[in-house]
Design a protein around this ligand. Structure first.
Ligand code: NAG
Ligand code: NAG
Ligand code: NAG
Ligand code: NAG
Ligand code: NAG
Ligand code: NAG
Length: 823
């Protein structure tokens, strides 16, 4: 049985270095006194700690830049991962802490002196009442400067000058008279605390809401005003509050004639923080000791792509991709180093300069969102619109939908299609050399020749095919290696086969997938693993060859891989019908018949059962969701992305927590930090099965008071009304026995206690009808959501059905047998 240790969840971000970490742990290195005064300055690896030991102040370093950059900051002391909550000199690092010092200057200010005593940072107070001051760090995380003799005389506090973090218990104050308050500003990138481009503040117009700004000026999102219970655009705040197993946050608002403030508190002893993160989301995170990770439980705006200009000029955002950003055709990352560090804002640069004449062409891209700031041109047709744009070299794109819109200069906020959304076509200007010439002409000549001399050509053609095959093989490399039953590809070959990774099929937590064609014209899917995989070549090959031995009709076959330098790619069979989510949730696609769905349910369960038990080592998939269930030409399901958790290894938890799309499928033990077993897959499978039945996302709400779908499912199952759960597009056309079985299995799978969930092998048996199951109890965690005061969500008849489940005591649930009889 694999356990948590297989996943090596304890991880520190590789880019953080731990100069200070040892200091934090070893208290003997701290200053003899826990304050800074005219006679005690702080330098090198010295620190001062808050009285209760919550926070520590000292020098720290992030990343491995050269020359190294050091900062004075406040860090969590009880968190084993270096986490600065405040940085004094975020824009002015010092080279060497040993030659720098944080001290009380002659005029009483707290100052940071760098090399040759140059002042790097200061509290900058001008009219000091006293030069006898002392700086201390409090257990709230506040660094204060006060009068030495009078503790009540607060001269300066770090809470008034936050960097990117808002801690619980801290008042976020708006001075109504001046319209000013603190501003949180994101880090520039994950290695650099310098002020980035996103910020959050209280609305200076006096509305009781937080606003998110790009470049300090462009507002791209707001929380909506406070209504006494939650911010109007964040109704889920109440759900978080009422789900006692997640995080106990409560927000309070205070207002008098001069001041407004918000403060949030935690109940329980969880460590949390709120930041504006480098990708522009206001994010709440909780420290999960068992996972040694910060887990995000709220990120706003909910859609990453709603962040303004996230992907920079000529970048395109894809909500389902990871990374979210990519460059549009004809463009490449302007600064790959910054992209690596999670900062794509410089965007993309043209591969070839524009010719600014008739040689430029337009390439059509679909976007769910038109770029900002279009200008209208007078044009009566697409052709005229194109011509007007072509005539002015600074016109970079146009769009025509009855009227002609054109864009000049950089294109911002392009967004790739996501499920079921409206599409707009934007024609982007490219140099002719970045676009292949239309092929039509050559094909037509070939056709003519075929008609003219078919017989002769047939011979010639077969010779040609043979020749091309051979050529193809040579192209692939005569030294084409195999390892086990896997082909070892060269990067250059994969680049060619995928036409320089031009056709992106999708993305997942582990990287983007591109379509390619082998020289024998077999289609393939090439997965570029995210470069956060810092793994040795040998270990990678070992893991991959293990994966290569896993073969099952319901698992996508791994054909080969590539490992060159820091590039890691996997080559899979291509699946004609794409992933399940597109068929289930896209508005345009025809509804899948019940029989198809049931077969997908069984096949997926078989694939998982094989991974869990029948192959040599047990493999936990860890990311079962419709996106990872691929369909071949006959709609047979094949699971993708299995075994990657191990490949990505220590960074896996990071991948998971940044995968917003996946959260709805994660078993509660991921959050609570218990060991992960194959039953975590059973949970995600259950969530997926519900979506397969209903044809909608569990998280999707059709109305404001619509209950969470899994809750509804559990309720209807008790009532015996499973037909109402079926995708309405099927109009009740389903085998009712199968439907009921599927609903039961799904509800058993999503039980909170993994002991109550069936194994995947049992799931297969149940779906095949070889095993009978009882009606499951409503999962406790879901029940908690139901029990909240907001009972108006549920009509009276459904609550009567619920009553019967509620009546089950814990011991009854414990003794409720999952399997009642074997068939
Ligand atoms: C802290 O600094 C002192 C003096 O510079 C040095 O001797 C000691 O090794 C340092 N400790 C650590 C843990 O770096
Ligand atoms: C302090 O004042 C100086 C000069 O007025 C200014 O350059 C510096 O940015 C200020 N520092 C801070 C931390 O406000
Ligand atoms: C941000 O705003 C400043 C002026 O406030 C401007 O000079 C700068 O170019 C802007 N940055 C970007 C990336 O547009
Ligand atoms: C408003 O509240 C603030 C913070 O509690 C307080 O400092 C201030 O004196 C109050 N103002 C008035 C006019 O009551
Ligand atoms: C959250 O708060 C409620 C009420 O104060 C309490 O009953 C519950 O145990 C708390 N949950 C956690 C996880 O601390
Ligand atoms: C091209 O368009 C820009 C922006 O509208 C305008 O300033 C410029 O004068 C135009 N150039 C020509 C040659 O029309």
């Amino acid at each position: 049985m694999a356990s948590r240790s297989d996943l090596s969840l304890s991880s520190h971000s590789p880019t953080l270095s731990f100069l200070l970490f040892f200091v934090c742990v070893n208290a003997t290195l701290a200053l003899a006194v826990d304050y800074i005064s005219s006679s005690h300055s702080l330098s090198g690896n010295q620190t001062i700690t808050s009285p209760g030991g919550n926070f520590v102040l000292g020098f720290f370093q992030v990343g491995e830049q050269s020359p190294s950059r050091h900062y004075i900051g406040i860090l969590f002391k009880k968190v084993s991962k270096l986490t600065p909550i405040w940085v004094a000199n975020r824009n002015n690092p010092v080279r060497d802490p040993a030659t720098s010092q944080l001290k009380i200057s002659d005029d009483g200010n707290l100052v940071l002196l760098g090399e040759s005593d140059a002042q790097v940072w200061s509290t900058n107070l001008t009219s000091m009442a006293s030069d006898a001051t002392v700086a201390e760090i409090l257990d709230s995380g506040n660094l204060i400067l006060r009068d030495w003799s009078d503790p009540s005389k607060l001269l300066w506090q770090s809470f008034d000058h936050p960097t990117d973090t808002w801690l619980p218990g801290v008042k976020f104050v708006m001075n109504k008279v001046t319209g000013t308050g603190p501003v949180l500003t994101s880090w520039r990138n994950s290695d650099d605390p310098a002020a980035g481009i996103f910020s959050v503040e209280l609305d200076p117009t006096g509305l009781t809401q937080f606003i998110l700004l790009w470049n300090r000026s462009k507002q791209y999102w707001s929380t909506g005003t406070w209504n006494g219970h939650f911010f109007n655009s964040v109704p889920e705040m109440t759900a978080y509050r009422q789900d006692p197993t997640v995080v106990n946050v409560s927000v309070e608002f205070f207002s008098n004639s001069t001041t407004n403030y918000f403060v949030y508190e935690l109940r329980g002893d969880m460590i949390t923080r709120t930041i504006i993160d480098i990708s522009g989301q206001l994010t709440q995170l909780a420290w999960v000791e068992e996972a040694q990770e910060w887990i995000r439980f709220l990120a706003l705006p909910k859609k990453q792509c709603d962040v303004y200009a996230l992907c920079g000029p000529f970048g395109s955002c894809n909500e389902n991709g990871l990374p979210f950003c990519s460059c549009i055709k004809g463009f490449s990352e302007k600064s790959p180093v910054d992209w690596q560090l999670g900062d794509p804002r410089q965007g993309c640069a043209r591969n070839s300069p524009l010719q600014c004449g008739k040689d430029d062409r337009f390439f059509a891209i679909s976007s769910t969102r038109l770029p900002d700031d279009p200008r209208s041109l007078a044009a009566a047709s697409v052709e005229e619109c194109e011509l007007s744009c072509l005539q002015n070299c600074s016109c970079t794109a146009y769009s025509y939908d009855g009227g002609c819109s054109a864009w000049y200069g950089d294109l911002l906020n392009l967004q790739e299609l996501s499920d079921g959304s409206r599409r707009e076509t934007v024609y982007v200007r490219l140099a002719a050399s970045d676009l292949p010439m239309p092929r039509r002409k050559t094909r037509r000549t070939l056709e003519l020749v075929v008609v003219g001399a078919a017989a002769a050509l047939a011979l010639l053609a077969s010779a040609l095919v043979l020749f091309l095959r051979q050529l193809g093989r040579r192209e692939l490399g005569t030294d084409e290696a195999t390892e086990g039953n896997l082909v070892v590809f060269r990067y250059g070959d994969l680049q060619r086969m995928t036409r320089n990774f031009s056709e992106r099929l999708g993305g997942g937590g582990f990287g983007s997938v591109f379509k390619g064609t082998l020289p024998d014209s077999a289609p393939i899917a090439v997965k570029k693993l995210r470069s956060l995989v810092h793994q040795g070549e040998k270990q990678f090959r070992n893991e991959v060859s293990t994966l290569g031995m896993i073969q099952h009709v319901n698992l996508v076959r791994l054909r080969g891989f590539c490992s060159e330098g820091n590039k890691r790619l996997l080559v899979y069979d291509y699946m004609t019908n794409g992933s399940l989510n597109t068929h289930l949730f896209s508005k345009g696609s025809p509804a899948m018949a019940w029989m198809t769905r049931y077969n997908i349910a069984i096949g997926t369960a078989r694939g998982l059962a094989y991974l869990h038990g029948q192959c040599r080592d047990c493999i936990i998939h860890c990311d079962v969701k419709p996106e990872n269930i691929l369909l071949d030409e006959s709609f047979h399901p094949k699971l993708a992305d299995f075994g990657l958790a191990k490949l990505v290894g220590r960074d896996f938890s990071k991948v998971l927590t940044t995968m917003r799309g996946t959260v709805g499928y994660l078993a509660p033990e991921w959050i609570s930090g218990e060991a992960i077993t194959p039953k975590a897959d059973a949970y995600s499978y259950g969530m997926t099965l519900l979506e397969l039945i209903s044809g909608r996302r569990n998280t999707e709400q059709s109305g404001e008071h619509d209950p969470f779908f899994p809750v509804l499912a559990a309720t209807k199952l008790v009532e015996g009304d499973v037909l109402s759960l079926l995708d309405p597009r099927l109009h009740g056309n389903a085998d009712i026995t199968e439907l009921e079985r599927a609903c039961r299995v799904a509800c058993w799978c999503i039980q909170d206690d993994e002991a109550h969930r069936p194994s995947m092998a049992q799931v297969v048996q149940i779906l095949e009808g070889a095993l009978e199951v009882d009606t499951p109890p409503t999962p406790r965690k879901l029940q908690a959501l139901l029990d909240d005061s907001n009972t108006k969500c549920f009509s009276s008849d459904s609550s009567s059905g619920l009553g019967s489940t509620k009546a089950l005591s814990t011991s009854q649930i414990e003794s409720t047998s999952l399997i009642s009889s074997e068939g």
